[in-house]
Design a protein around this ligand. Structure first.
Ligand code: SAH
Length: 204
């Protein structure tokens, strides 16, 4: 799987540490039994509740764009299976991850604990509001397609920090966007690649 995505990324030179982290995380343990034969194919897979575990290449690309450092405290919105959180946990100091579908959050919490990822905290809730009690974060990753960059997330980013988020209409193409918060608090955004994510939903 990693060999295949490294080829996809030829023009882009994904960080070797990111690819190594993905070699260490057993993707087959993050998906339902019936999907397991496909675990190491470069495509998204259903994880139930209408949600998906992202395509491995997209996980690698988003992780790379975050520029993870050993000392970082990272927030992820959209825990899903917990796979992306595990990849991040291999690379940074601690990961805080929020999932709006309670049973998915519960499953991911158990799974990550079973696999020994002691540096990941999972919480059920609407990630739009971020995790103020643990803010500020060195970087933030959103793994659902949002129609805007949630202002609370920018607020909870350290100066110099980065936010990676797919922005665009639901059920359509979004643009993977990197938002960089400058030292003076202003933000600079750039679009990296077209992607298709499950929708970012809001608590009603
Ligand atoms: N990162 C996941 C893939 C996530 S799919 C993995 O590695 O498996 C996107 C997830 O975002 C879904 O589980 C969906 O329920 C969740 N989600 C959507 N809107 C959300 C919100 N406002 N807050 C938190 N989670 C959200």
């Amino acid at each position: 799987m990693v060999q295949e995505i490294a080829v996809y990324a030829a023009g882009q030179a994904l960080d070797a540490a990111v690819l190594d982290a993905m070699r260490r995380v057993p993707r087959h343990l993050f998906i339902p039994q019936r999907q397991q034969p496909h675990a190491y194919e470069n495509r998204p897979l259903s994880i139930g509740h209408g949600q998906t575990i992202s395509q491995p290449y997209i996980v690698a690309l988003m992780t790379d764009l975050l520029r993870p450092r050993r000392t970082d405290r990272v927030l992820e919105i959209g825990t899903g299976s917990g796979y992306q959180a595990a990849v991040l946990a291999e690379l940074v100091h601690s990961v805080y991850t929020i999932e709006i579908v309670a049973p998915l959050a519960e499953e991911a919490r158990e799974r990550l604990a079973r696999l020994g990822y002691a540096n990941v905290s999972v919480r059920t809730g609407d990630g739009y509001k971020g995790w103020p009690e643990q803010a500020p974060f060195d970087s933030i990753m959103v793994t659902a397609g949002a129609d805007e960059v949630p202002p609370p997330l920018v607020q909870q980013l350290k100066p110099g920090g980065r936010l990676v988020i797919p922005v665009g209409p639901a059920h359509s193409v979004q643009y993977l966007t990197v938002v960089e918060k400058q030292a003076d608090g202003t933000v600079r955004s750039r679009q990296v690649a077209p992607v298709r994510f499950v929708p970012f939903t809001r608590e009603r």
